[in-house]
Design a protein around this ligand. Sequence first.
Ligand code: PMP
Length: 434
Amino acid sequence: MKSKEKAATPESERLYEEARGYFPGGVNSPVRAFNGVGGCPRFIIRGRGPYVEDADGNTLVDYVLAYGPHILGHAPASVVSAIGDAALRGTSFGAPSVAETKLARLIQSFVPSMQVMRFVTSGTEAVMSAIRLARAATGRSVIIKFEGNYHGHADAVLARAGSGVATLGLPDSPGVPEGATRDTIVLPYNNVEALREVFAESGREIAAVIVEPVAGNMGVVPPAAGFLEALRWQTTAYDAVLIFDEVMTGFRVHPGGAQTLYGITPDLTTLGKVIGGGLPVGAYGGRADLMRQIAPEGPVYQAGTLAGNPVVMAAGIAVLSELASAGVWQRAADATNALAEGLAEVAKRERVDVQVQHIGTMLTPFFSASAVTDYATARASDTTRFASFFHALLSQDIFAPPSAFETWFLSTVHTGAEIDRTVNAAAVALRNLK
Ligand code: PMP
C-alpha cells in the first residue's frame, strides 16, 4: 500500500477545511467524515454510471452509490430526463399529483404487501410514522429493535444502533430523553431465544417489532434460518405489528425486498433510497386496516409539506420502470456475486481472513475469521485492517464506504471491467495489509 499511496488530494483537503467551518465535522451526515477510517473525505463533483469524480481529478469506481439509492448507477439518462421534465412543470404543489399514484402502483407491483402507503421525505420519517401507527393501532407502547440495526435518527430507535452510531462507537446519543427509549427493548439480532423470552414475559405490552430483515447497517448480516419466521410467529401470536424496515433492502436483496426473498409478509414496510432515484424520499405502507388509521382517514397524525414531491416521484417512477424490465435487476446481482467471489478468492490467496457477506446487490467484506451473525461478531471484526484496506483501495481509485459497518452497493452498470479492477486493487491492498 505504502508504495502505491497516491499523491495528496489538495483540493478535497481545502474544501473540507472550509466545510468544517460551517458543518459539524465538515459534513451533513456523520459517516461521510471518514471518522471510521481516518483521513480526509473526498469531495465529489459528479457521478456517472458506476463512477464518481472527485475534486482532485480522480475518477473512482463507486461502491457507496449514495448509500444505496443508485441501483441504476449515477445519473441514468431516463432518471435525469424525468427529473428535468418534472422540474419544468413545477417543483411542488401542496396538492395531489398523478405521479404519486403512479409510483405507488409501481411500488405495489414489486411489494404487494403495501396495500396502502404514504410517501414521506426520508427513511427516518417513514420509520417514525410506522412506529406511531403501530402504537396507535395496538394501544401499546413497547417496541423491540435489534442491536446493530439502524432505523434512522428518531429518538425511539436511537439505541444501540448501526450505521454512523456504530461507526462512531456510540451506545446511544445524548439528547435522547430517557423516556424516549424507555419503551424500546433492544435484543441481539438473529437470536430467537431472546425474542421468545421477551414475548413470553411481556408480549401483551409489545406494539411492534422493527427489524432490518437483512441487516445492512452493521455491514451485511443475513437473517439466520428461522429468525424472520420467529418474528412473524411471535408478533402474530401476541397481536403485535411486524415492521420490516426495507429502506435499504427494498429492491436490493431482491426486486421485491427481503419479504419476497424469504417469503415472510410483514404488517408494515418502510422504504426509502431506491424509490427516489437519489432524491429525498421515504415511504411506509402495509395492511390496509392499519394504514387507513392514518389521518385524514383515521386519527393517527402524520403529514409533510414536501411529501410526494412531483420531482422525486418522477425520479422514482423512472428507476422502478427500468428495474421492472426483465433481467435488469439481475445485472446488479450478478456483478455483486462476481465481486464477492473475486474478493473471497484474493483474500484466500493472500491468506487474509475475510468474510465476504453478500446478498442480492449488497456486500460487506468483514475482516473476521468466522461468519458475522450479529452486532457482537460484527464489532469483533478487525476495523484497523478494514481502514488500511479502505485506504489502499481508495489510493487505487476504488471508493468503498468509509466504515467497516456499512454495506457496499452495486448497480446494473457495474460491469466486469469495474469488478476486475476492484479485485486486482483488493489483491494489492490485502498483500500490503498492515
Ligand atoms: N432505515 C434503514 C434500514 C436505513 O438503512 C436508513 C438509512 N441508512 C434509515 C432507516 C434512515 O433513512 P434516512 O437516512 O433516509 O433518514
